[in-house]
Design a protein around this ligand. Structure first.
Ligand code: G3P
Length: 223
């Protein structure tokens, strides 16, 4: 399962990449706006993210009509070979996905909340579909159950579109994604950090170090 970071923050991207965990990045207008408040232009921010990320970076259009989305998508795609255009799951969005697919421009279809939306986005030619599991949990549904359903549909029809689980809020979302066999999870930096730590790891390490110190003191490593 690939691990993407859901962020527009360069420091978070660098840290995750240096831990050897970063396969790609997803951004959205909310995440970008947070970083733009710090003074960078949108073009500079996107170019920097594309340069620092060793894999696909999803950048979202903000137009909602076909012509506008297509125009913005072409600009996004011209910024780097690893740029993936994020298009919302709407009827003009489907038309845009089809047009971009004909130009071999990869698309991540976003804001998916039911399995049939995922099936239709795949049919239009999306390379990735992004179901938002956390936002479904927020309204009292089991977000992960649509990942199960999308996986079953894609297996039934040998659909090659990748399932990119988005709106991840906790490690259980990541675990269940891996068990179901999702292709990608995109998660905020704080979830990645939580996943790498365990109190028993810290406790065990401390005990090893204390036992070592009892025998060898603080001296140089004796090898
Ligand atoms: O990038 C899309 C998605 O991951 C947003 O997550 O937490 O705002 O629902 P969230």
């Amino acid at each position: 399962m690939k691990i993407f970071l859901d962020t527009a923050n360069i420091e978070e991207i660098r840290k995750t990449r240096d831990w050897g965990l970063l396969d790609g990045v997803t951004t959205n207008p909310t995440l970008a706006a947070k970083e733009l408040a710090k003074g960078l232009s949108f073009k500079d921010l996107v170019s920097q993210i594309l340069k620092e990320t060793p894999g696909p970076v999803s950048i979202e259009v903000v137009a909602t009509d076909y012509e506008g989305m297509l125009k913005q998508a072409l600009r996004i795609s011209s910024l780097g070979d690893n740029a993936v255009v994020k298009i919302p799951m709407t009827l003009p969005g489907l038309k845009t996905i089809k047009a971009l697919n004909e130009k071999r421009i990869p698309v991540n279809c976003t804001l998916i909340f039911n399995p049939l939306q995922a099936m239709f986005a795949a049919k239009a030619g999306a390379e990735y579909v992004s179901p938002f599991v956390g936002r479904l949990d927020d309204i009292g549904e089991d977000g992960m159950s649509i990942i199960d359903e999308i996986k079953a549909i894609f297996l039934n029809y040998d659909i090659k579109t990748k399932i990119l689980v988005a709106s991840i809020r906790n490690p259980i979302h990541v675990l269940r994604s891996a068990i179901i066999g999702a292709d990608v999870v995109t998660m905020p930096f704080d979830v990645i950090s939580k996943l790498t730590t365990h109190p028993k790891t810290d406790e065990g390490l401390q005990r090893f170090l204390d036992d070592w110190k009892k025998n060898f003191g603080e001296g140089d490593f004796p090898l």
